[in-house]
Design a protein around this ligand. Structure first.
Ligand code: MN
Length: 207
């Protein structure tokens, strides 16, 4: 099997987000679940050799041309890559930039409203998936939810845009610590958002 796609390094220690994300969840989630998506995407290169030359973003833009296995695993790799960077230890989370706040106030009125709608998207997603804040083609912020490992960059997405914030709502992201309490996981997760990273993604989405 080729080894083109790789598991990225975690930008903090695996226990750095405790008690909100416990070390065991972090280790299993990254080293087992995320690693499996990486392995499975690499395995697809045998079937679709052109994948070797493409970035994750380019694969996602054309994902309908490939198999369901490519769709599930390219999403699994990319979504987790951005998810790890989307979090930071309490005290190192920063805050939304002035520019991002001006967009939030334009499109959601308040940050509290954005939080409420984003967490509701996470809570109401049936089964496994992700909740998102995206910048759409008109540079407007909006909320989205996707099933499985789909994301708003894929050509098959119902709501398309550039992700600036996302949370993993698969049970594997929270079950060891929170069991069925997705609402508690989401409320706590809000406190480990790495706003510095969100600001960076927001800035590049405007280009
Ligand atoms: Mn996950």
């Amino acid at each position: 099997m080729k080894n083109v796609f790789k598991l990225e390094d975690l930008p903090y220690a695996p226990n750095a987000l405790e008690p909100i994300i416990d070390k065991e969840t972090m280790v299993v989630h990254r080293e087992k679940h995320h690693q499996t998506y990486v392995n499975n995407l690499n395995a697809q290169i045998e079937i679709f050799p052109e994948l070797e030359e493409l970035s994750l973003e380019d694969i996602m833009k054309n994902v309908s041309k490939f198999s369901p296995a490519v769709r599930n695993n390219v999403g699994g790799v990319y979504n987790h890559n951005i998810f790890w960077k989307m979090m930071a230890p309490v005290g190192k989370c920063g805050k939304p930039s002035e520019k991002l706040m001006s967009y939030i106030e334009r499109d959601f009125k308040t940050l509290e409203n954005l939080k409420e709608q984003f967490l509701k998207a996470g809570l109401t997603q049936f089964g496994s998936g992700w909740a998102w804040i995206i910048v759409d083609k008109d540079k407007k912020l909006s909320v989205a939810q996707t099933s499985n490992q789909d994301n708003p960059l894929m050509d098959i997405a119902l709501v398309k845009g550039t992700p600036i914030l996302t949370v993993d709502i698969w049970e594997h992201a929270y079950y060891l610590k929170y069991q069925n309490r997705r609402v508690e996981y989401l409320a706590n997760w809000w406190d480990v958002i790495n706003w510095n990273e969100v600001n960076t993604l927001f800035e590049s989405s405007l280009k």
